[in-house]
Design a protein around this ligand. Structure first.
Ligand SMILES: Nc1nc2c(c(=O)[nH]1)N[C@H]1C(S)=C(S)[C@@H](COP(=O)(O)OP(=O)(O)OC[C@H]3O[C@@H](n4cnc5c(N)ncnc54)[C@H](O)[C@@H]3O)O[C@H]1N2
Ligand code: MOO
Length: 406
C-alpha cells in the first residue's frame, strides 16, 4: 500500500533537496538572454563621462541669455572635440551627443533662436543647464548596475554593451532529460500498426516547457513498457542530466514498470510516490547519485501540470535566480464546489479586465486527465487546496498563469 502525502509536503520535500552543483560559463552578451548573471556588474566609468548635449543647438553661458546677439565661433559635431571655448558674447553650435564645449553651461535649442549671419538672437529662453546631460546621469562609476542572480533581458544587454562588456559569466542551466514510456505511444511519423496506438505528446510538451523555462534539455524519446529498456534508458539519462523526467508507467497497472525500475533496478532513494493532488496522484520523485528523478503519470494533462508544479521549481532551484511559479488572485464567474479531498488544479480561461484577473470555464471540456486541449488559448489553472471551502461565484481565488511560463 502506498503512502500518499499532501501536495504541500511533496513540494517541501523537493525544496529541501540540496543542490551543490553551480558552475558558470562565459558567453557573448547577446547569447545570454534568459540566463542568470553569476557576478555583479559594476560600472567602471561615469555615463556620460563629461557634460553632454541632449539637443541640437548652441552652447552658451547662461548669463548671456539676455544678450541681444551672440556670435557663433565654431561648430561641434558629435564625435569630435572642439578646442575653442565659450566665453561671454560667443557660442558654439553643438549637436545632440556632442560634449559641451569648455566654458558653456546651457544649450539653447535651434528652435529657440534666429540666426543672423554668424550670430544668434534668442527668441525663447531656457533655464540654466538646459539640455545638458550631467556627468553620471545614466550611471556612476563603481555603481552596481546589474546584480548577481538577475535574469538577462534586453535592457541588461544594452547596459552591458554601453559598459563595453562583450562577454559575461552566467550560471550553467541544469540539464533535464525527458523520456516517455508506453508500448502504445508512437513518436511523430512512426507508422501506426493497430487502433490502440496513440501519438506521444508528453515528451515534446515537456521538452519545450523545460527549455523555455531555463533548462538544457536532452530528448530521450519514447521507450516501450519493458523493464530492461526502461532501465537502460534511465541509466543513460542519469549519466548526462541533473534531472530525469519520465511520463507513464507509475500507477497500478501490470505494465507500469517505471516505478519498479526506479525502486528495484536503480535502487534509487524514493522521496515520495503518490500525492493527494489532481491531476498527478501517482507522481514519483527519487534521488539517485545526486540526480533527481521525477516520474510523471502518462496522461497528457497530468504530466504537463505536474511538470509545471514539480519540474519547473527544480529548474529554478538550480538557477538560483529567485524565480517562482506565477500564482495570482483572480475573480471567478461561477460556483465551483470542491469535488475531492485533494489539491486540485483545473484548467480555466483567464483575462485581465479592469485591473483584475477574471477566470471562466467557457469551452473547457470535462473528462479525464488526458485532455491537453484545455490548455490552449489563454489558460490558467484554478488552484483548490485540499482543505478549502467550496468556491462561490465572485470569490477571489488563486490561479497559476500558464501563458507567463512561455
Ligand atoms: N486502477 C487504477 N487505474 C488507474 C489509476 C488508479 O489509481 N487505479 N490512476 C489513474 C490515474 S489518476 C492516472 S494519472 C493514470 C496514470 O497512469 P500511468 O502513469 O501509469 O500512465 P499510463 O498508464 O502509462 O498512461 C496513462 C494514459 O496516458 C496515455 N499516455 C501515456 N503516455 C503518453 C504520451 N507520451 N503522450 C500522450 N499520452 C500518453 C496512455 O495512453 C494512457 O491513456 O492511471 C489511471 N489509472
Ligand atoms: O492523478 Mo491522474 O494524473 O489524475 O489523472
Amino acid at each position: 500500500m502506498r503512502n500518499f502525502i499532501s501536495y504541500e509536503k511533496s513540494i517541501e520535500i523537493l525544496n529541501n533537496i540540496s543542490i551543490n552543483k553551480q558552475s558558470t560559463e562565459k558567453l557573448f552578451i547577446t547569447n545570454t538572454i534568459g540566463r542568470v548573471i553569476a557576478k555583479d556588474i559594476i560600472a567602471d566609468h561615469n555615463s556620460p563621462e563629461f557634460p553632454t548635449s541632449a539637443m541640437d543647438g548652441y552652447a552658451i553661458r547662461y548669463e548671456d541669455l539676455n544678450s541681444n546677439l551672440i556670435e557663433i565661433i565654431d561648430k561641434n559635431p558629435a564625435g569630435s572635440i572642439v578646442e575653442k571655448e565659450v566665453s561671454n558674447g560667443v557660442c558654439i553650435k553643438t549637436f545632440t551627443g556632442s560634449l559641451m564645449p569648455k566654458g558653456s553651461d546651457t544649450l539653447i535649442p535651434i528652435e529657440n533662436v534666429e540666426v543672423l549671419d554668424n550670430k544668434i538672437k534668442i527668441i525663447n529662453k531656457v533655464p540654466f543647464g538646459f539640455a545638458v546631460r550631467e556627468i553620471g546621469e545614466n550611471y556612476k562609476k563603481d555603481e552596481i548596475l546589474i546584480k548577481k542572480g538577475t535574469i538577462v533581458g534586453f535592457a541588461e544587454i544594452g547596459v552591458l554593451a554601453s559598459l563595453n562588456i562583450s562577454q559575461i559569466e552566467v550560471i550553467v542551466n541544469p540539464t533535464v532529460a525527458i523520456a516517455s514510456t508506453g508500448t502504445e505511444v508512437l513518436d511523430l511519423g512512426e507508422v501506426q500498426t493497430n487502433a490502440s496506438q496513440i501519438r506521444s505528446s508528453n515528451h515534446l510538451t515537456l521538452e519545450v516547457l523545460c527549455k523555455s523555462n531555463g533548462a538544457n534539455t536532452l530528448q530521450m524519446g519514447i521507450v516501450k513498457d519493458d523493464i530492461d529498456s526502461i532501465t537502460n534508458l534511465l541509466e543513460m539519462a542519469l549519466q548526462k542530466a541533473d534531472i530525469v523526467v519520465t511520463t507513464g508507467g507509475v500507477s497500478v497497472g501490470d505494465y507500469d514498470f517505471v516505478q519498479d525500475v526506479i525502486k528495484d533496478k536503480l535502487k534509487a532513494e524514493v522521496l515520495f510516490h503518490g500525492v493527494t493532488v489532481k491531476p498527478g496522484m501517482h507522481i514519483l520523485a527519487a534521488l539517485k547519485d545526486g540526480k533527481i528523478i521525477i516520474a510523471l503519470p502518462g496522461f497528457a494533462y497530468s504530466s504537463t501540470v505536474c511538470a509545471i508544479l514539480y519540474v519547473l521549481p527544480l529548474i529554478y532551484k538550480f538557477r538560483k535566480a529567485n524565480e517562482s511559479l506565477p500564482i495570482v488572485k483572480a475573480r471567478i464567474n461561477q460556483n465551483f464546489p470542491r469535488k475531492m479531498s485533494k489539491t486540485i488544479f483545473t484548467a480555466c480561461n483567464v483575462e485581465y479586465i479592469n485591473g483584475e484577473y477574471t477566470i471562466n470555464f467557457d469551452g473547457k471540456r470535462q473528462g479525464t486527465s488526458a485532455i491537453l486541449t484545455n490548455m490552449l488559448e489563454s489558460p490558467a489553472l484554478l488552484i483548490q487546496k485540499n482543505d478549502s471551502d467550496d468556491i462561490k461565484s465572485g470569490d477571489l481565488v488563486d490561479i497559476l498563469l500558464l501563458n507567463n511560463l512561455k
